[in-house]
Design a protein around this ligand. Structure first.
Ligand SMILES: [Zn+2]
Length: 445
């Protein structure tokens, strides 16, 4: 070896060492995305999207929605071809003030813990419909809202004690619009409405006070109209008392003049209420949904503005079950898939004035439901235990909350246990589930 060749070799060796050092010390550039959901049918009503696209997620937010994104740009890519990719579902009417130990009370035993019911049906946000009033809201917040992985928002009951039972809910002295508005204004990111429910008397006080609270705090009012009372007809509620943007829930209960007895279609109160801008919500619950109303009213073109469950211990195992069962039921009654998705995403978000939720706009929080549409023979029931047969059923496959997988029915995001070890070293910021541990030997080579 002559001198120059020796120098040349020495130079190359130094360069190689320098490159190695640089490679080891400089942080490896992160891929552009944390997670890529590839090839699903994206339905995003807010952005008028219904087509096969990829959805890219980064730092808990939607980064991009477009066809043909490059898998190499993401830490993790999941094939969701043949499935629907929806914004995380919003259930506008649930009861989740669980855990106080109060018997026979929606501020207690009749409520359910949200995380046990939400992600497994594609839901990432629930709105508790009036379990708590201004007196017990902070206990509800501490006990449930602040400790749940589900995003729990609330409508304050116009009754200060909330839904603790008849003795409290019928007490007109505890219906205070001013106090309710004050509490709502203290928690503007969490309290999204005012609720009146279960009232039996002929007076308008619960509605009037709820509207006072709604005006003060600039929030919508949701009404469960309680006992049907001739002194306060549904027509007056929907055409005079409520304001455009307020919400009538239990729309297909048949308990309060919802249906026109002659045509079987929507009552005059419904038609004129909708023309004024009142929203109509299903809140199917345990005893608030009948096919004998829903089928003809929908057939005559009067469709819900939002699909909600009214989830509680009396509805979780009966006809309602969960929000995707309600949506599948509505599809059996003729509502198309894109419409039921919109009724669980963009539409309820608009009703509670939280249009930051329920969409897949870049920059939005990455709450996502991946849903499969199963074909077969399915049965759907109502409060009278009558049945409608359907040929489609929506099933939650994969749910993401804040950009992380929180539910995965069939292990779409999991690795085969025989996968090569390279895969287990992946950054797993896109999931709450543990990554496979090479020490367990399942991936060792
Ligand atoms: Zn309810």
């Amino acid at each position: 070896m002559d001198g120059s060749a020796h120098m040349k070799n020495k130079f190359l060796a130094c360069a190689a060492v320098a490159l190695l050092i640089a490679g080891a010390s400089a942080a490896r550039p992160l891929p552009s995305y944390d997670l890529l959901l590839r090839g699903g049918r994206v339905i995003d009503a807010r952005n008028s999207i219904d087509g096969v696209m990829d959805v890219a997620i980064k730092d808990g937010k939607i980064a991009r929605v477009a066809p043909g994104l490059f898998a190499g740009d993401a830490i993790k890519t999941i094939d969701v071809r043949g499935m629907v990719v929806s914004p995380g579902l919003i259930d506008l009417h649930v009861h989740v003030y669980n855990g106080t130990g109060e018997k026979g009370s929606y501020a207690g035993d009749l409520s359910v813990p949200p995380d046990g019911f939400t992600f497994r049906s594609g839901v990432t946000t629930v709105i508790d419909a009036g379990c708590a009033g201004w007196r017990n809201f902070e206990d509800f917040k501490d006990r449930i809202i602040d400790r749940s992985r589900t995003r729990v928002l609330a409508m304050l009951n116009i009754v200060g004690h909330g839904m603790r039972g008849g003795k409290w809910e019928q007490d007109m002295a505890d219906m205070d619009g001013e106090a309710t508005a004050k509490m709502a204004q203290r928690y503007p990111n969490v309290i999204v409405g005012v609720k009146s429910a279960h009232f039996g008397g002929p007076e308008w006080k619960p509605i009037d006070e709820a509207v006072i609270a709604g005006n003060r705090a600039k929030l919508p009012v949701m009404v469960d109209f309680g006992t049907d009372q001739p002194a306060r007809p549904l027509y007056d509620l929907l055409t005079k008392k409520l304001r455009p943007g307020d919400i009538y829930t239990h729309m297909f209960s048949g308990l309060r003049q919802e249906q026109d007895p002659a045509t079987q279609g929507p009552s005059k109160a419904f038609v004129e209420g909708r023309a004024r801008g009142i929203y109509f919500d299903t809140g199917t619950g345990g005893g608030s949904f009948k096919f004998m109303l829903a089928a003809p009213i929908i057939k005559q073109g009067f469709k819900p503005d939002s699909l909600s469950t009214d989830l509680h211990t009396g509805s979780m195992n009966s006809a309602t079950k969960d929000i995707l069962n309600v949506a599948s039921k509505m599809m059996a009654l003729g509502l198309p898939l894109p419409e039921v998705i919109a009724d669980m995403t963009a539409h309820p978000a608009r009703q509670i004035k939280r249009e930051d939720l329920g969409n897949l706009s870049p920059g939005s929080v990455a709450d996502i439901a991946v849903i499969s549409v199963q074909k077969g023979k399915f049965g759907y029931t109502d409060m009278g235990n009558t049945r409608v047969d359907g040929s489609q059923k929506l099933v939650a496959e994969l749910t993401l909350k804040d950009g992380k997988i929180v539910y995965d029915l069939n292990g779409l995001s999991a690795l085969a246990w025989t996968a090569p070890p390279g895969d287990v070293r992946q950054d797993s910021r896109w999931t709450i589930f543990p990554r496979p541990d090479p020490a367990l030997g399942v991936t060792a080579r």
